[in-house]
Write a protein that binds this ligand. Structure first.
Ligand code: SF4
Length: 87
């Protein structure tokens, strides 16, 4: 059985599998009313996946996990604000 995720741990103390599982749980349980649409979410992530600032699931400009940042309706790309907007 895995250890519960500890919000106060440092990276050295974390079990990587538990940490990733916790992030995925957070994404799946994020409130529907605060999420962007599924189409918008995938569009944002596709842009991130082609971006030179994406590294190990994180944006090198803001330090966010892009799957968390892109999920939130009001968020925008830190490189330039309209990058995730429709053409
Ligand atoms: S949030 Fe913007 S700068 Fe960061 S990886 Fe995604 S597209 Fe690139």
């Amino acid at each position: 059985m895995s250890k519960p995720f500890c919000k106060k741990c440092l990276l050295d103390e974390l079990n990587e599998d538990d940490y990733i599982r916790s992030l995925k749980d957070y994404i799946s349980s994020y409130p529907q009313e605060k999420r962007c649409s599924e189409n918008e979410y995938h569009k944002r992530l596709n842009i991130c996946m082609k971006c030179e600032h994406l590294s190990n699931a994180m944006c090198a400009l803001c330090g966010c996990y892009v799957e968390l940042r892109a999920l939130k309706r009001e968020m925008y790309c830190p490189d330039f604000k309209d990058r995730w907007k429709d053409d």
